[in-house]
Ligand binder design. Structure first.
Ligand SMILES: NC(=O)C[C@H](N)C(=O)O
Length: 485
């Protein structure tokens, strides 16, 4: 059995008892990557030298009885929009193929302090724009459950690497569903924390009012451990919440007796695959059987979420991506004759088609004359969506539905149809607009492909989200199923 099948606590006991070394864990990671990554293609960059030297240091610390961090010795993969000192951070864009950061993102610093070992950088949709990994400028990642299907996105590499057993856990980022949707498609656990809980310092900005970093793991308990490590106030991120961080692991009581679950009728309506819907209903019955109370509610503004998101996220992106000019950042064109041509050609050559589409949409929505009709209107819709959730949370502890309307689609199936692609996020986007936390946990297979159950909570109430997810996991075996590679 792979060492990565064990829970974090079991692995820690073995490390402490010297039954296994960090060097062996890192070995196992690279061995598995060697075996399967030619097929899955989750990685953009491996950092073997640095990982092996970190393993040596950590094993030395065990030998001398030194202290152990929360994630001691665990091989991790990092989405390639999280900056890593001395290791290229490309955002899967040709434009940033030459970018080697001189500092670590706050989450990287925290992972290092907790003594996790980064083995490499993971593929994604360019600048996190996409839901399939087909927008990576380098290559498409494949779903470990069916190599002809997408892993989801934009954190597709992060989800596929965990599902394929290449790393123990990974970090992704979620702007409109980018952790939860790939987690659902690949049959792993993906958590998007409350906006502001995890520092965005060193996360390459896409849509700054929505972006959050979170963990992808094989089980909920490990998700709680990684969240414990990366959450917390950071003076370097002005939107970071200055709140006390609870003990997420001790919140996993296994008890949902009397818990009030709201199921929005909009989340199980038309557009949701009937077989996916059946899996969600099965999961709700499991929770009911454990003593939870399940009731139908309405989130009436849900249908406007995708439209509002694509205006707001694209507007923010058009501003954030203005910095890529071939001077301060980015690969500069060789073909320009003057300064303006240089800006123009560097951007034209450097960005892929989806990034260009969003920059154009965002620039249009922000331009004078259209600002009120599009950007401002979308901001108002955002408030209405948040108020929908506020009302439901007055009476209920969590909101539950599917993470995505279908299972993973085939590679190539939706590339020519951006609108269909955007609609895959219809159930995850409202959560980002409201700034609240949500987790996706495996809840069964449909035609051999994983389905994700989405559990949404109140702002800063990750503890309840994790508790419900963990209780569900304890009473089911879905999270133990693995793809055959
Ligand atoms: N970035 C995300 O969270 C995913 C979303 N599919 C987008 O393309 O914007």
């Amino acid at each position: 059995m792979s060492l990565f099948e064990q829970r974090l606590q079991q692995l820690h006991t073995q490390l402490l008892d010297k039954k296994v070394s960090v060097a062996e864990l890192v070995d196992q990671s690279y061995k598995r990557i060697g075996e399967v990554d030619g097929k899955v293609k989750a990685f953009l960059k491996l950092d073997e030298e640095q990982a092996r030297s970190a393993a040596k240091t950590l094993d030395g610390q065990i030998a001398s009885g030194g202290s152990r961090g929360l994630l001691f010795g665990l091989p991790a993969g990092i989405k390639d929009n999280i900056v890593t000192e001395g290791v290229t951070t490309t955002c899967a864009s040709k434009f940033l193929s030459n970018f080697t950061p001189v500092y670590d993102a706050t989450v990287m610093r925290k992972l290092k302090e907790a003594q996790a070992v980064s083995v490499g950088k993971l593929n994604m949709d360019e600048f996190a724009m996409g839901g399939s990994n087909e927008n990576s400028a380098f290559h498409a990642t494949r779903n470990p459950w069916d190599l002809d299907r997408v892993p989801g996105g934009s954190s597709g590499g992060s989800a596929a690497a965990v599902a394929a057993g290449e790393v123990y856990f990974s970090l992704g980022s979620d702007t409109g569903g980018s952790i939860r949707q790939p987690a659902a498609y690949c049959g792993v656990v993906g958590l998007k924390p409350t906006y502001g809980l995890v520092s965005r310092f060193g996360l390459v900005a896409f849509a700054s009012s929505l972006d959050q970093i979170g963990p992808l793991t094989k089980n909920v308990e490990d998700s709680a451990y990684v969240l414990q490590t990366i959450a917390g106030h950071d003076p370097q991120d002005s939107t970071s919440a200055n709140v006390e961080i609870p003990d997420y692991v001790s919140a996993l009581t296994g008890d949902v007796q009397g818990l009030r679950i709201a199921v929005p009728k909009e989340y199980l309506g038309s557009g949701v695959d009937p077989q996916v819907k059946a899996k969600i209903e099965e999961a709700l019955r499991v929770l009911e059987g454990m003593g939870a109370v399940v009731e139908e509610v309405s989130l009436p503004h849900s249908e406007y979420a995708v439209a509002a998101y694509y205006l707001l996220a694209s507007s923010e992106a058009s501003s954030n991506l203005a910095r890529y000019d071939g001077v301060r950042y980015g690969v500069r064109t060789d073909n320009a004759n003057n300064l303006l041509e240089m800006y123009h050609m560097s951007r034209s050559e450097g960005f892929g088609p989806e990034v260009k589409r969003r920059i154009m949409l965002g620039t249009y929505a922000l331009s004078s004359g259209y600002y009120d009709a599009y950007y401002l209107k979308a901001q108002k819709v955002r408030t209405l969506i948040k108020q929908d959730f506020d009302q439901v949370f007055e009476k209920y502890d969590v909101v539950i539905g599917p993470t995505a309307p279908t299972t993973a689609f085939r590679i190539g199936e939706q590339v020519g149809d951006p609108l269909t692609m955007y609609l895959n996020d219809i159930l995850t986007i409202p959560v980002n607009l409201a700034g609240i936390p949500a987790i996706s946990v495996p809840c069964g297979l449909v035609d051999g492909m994983p389905v994700g159950l989405q559990i949404i909570g109140k702002a800063l109430d990750e503890a309840t989200v994790l508790r419900v997810a963990h209780a569900f996991e304890q009473n089911t075996d879905h999270h133990k199923q693995r793809p055959q590679l």
